[in-house]
Design a protein around this ligand. Structure first.
Ligand code: WE7
Length: 158
């Protein structure tokens, strides 16, 4: 019997880091043959309905990782529906704590807490290489998270 889990990746606007993290986590889980439902959302309502940032799309394209998302704001229902809510940085984590309902079952954590406690830096006001760095960090964070939840024995071999 295999475990099925659901994960919500969260950043500020849900156009740069979190849709990229969603795409990478889906891709890594699929490679490892793991059953993981992944979505993403933003703490802000600023970009609701927008596609991912062109630079997130470009970086995913260069790694042959599919990315498709429409930006949305995190809801209290998300805390009841998802098993894990992973915040990109400490500000996102703080904002999520503020909207977390009493009856939420989701495990709310900084994504980096599964690896090195580092935040995913906001690449919005930088160039494409910041997005490439975020991509690599999301790959490492995806593997660290899946190792922790499913066990390192589920690691795929190249
Ligand atoms: C960002 C952003 C990011 C910063 N994606 N935006 Cl101007 C603005 C205002 C409220 C919410 C959002 Cl979402 C945005 C646009 C989108 N990753 N990062 N803004 C940002 C970075 C450093 C200092 C201040 C802000 C608003």
């Amino acid at each position: 019997m295999s475990t099925s889990i659901s994960v919500l990746v969260v950043c500020l606007g849900n156009i740069c880091r979190s849709p990229l993290g969603e795409a990478v986590l889906k891709h890594v889980a699929k490679e490892r043959g793991l059953d993981v439902t992944v979505d993403s959302a933003g703490t802000s309502r600023y970009h609701i309905g927008e596609d991912p940032d062109d630079r997130s799309v470009s970086v995913c394209k260069s790694h042959n990782v599919p990315i498709k998302h429409s930006a949305r704001q995190v809801t209290q229902e998300d805390f009841r529906r998802f098993d894990y809510i992973l915040a990109a940085d400490e500000a996102n984590l703080r904002d999520l704590t503020r909207v977390q309902p009493k009856d939420g079952k989701a495990e709310l954590r900084l994504w980096g807490s599964y690896l090195d406690n580092r935040a995913i830096p906001d690449p919005y006001y930088g160039g494409l290489n910041g997005f490439e760095e975020v991509y690599k960090q999301c790959e490492n964070l995806s593997n660290a998270f899946l190792d922790k939840i499913f066990g390192a024995s589920t690691q795929s071999v190249e």
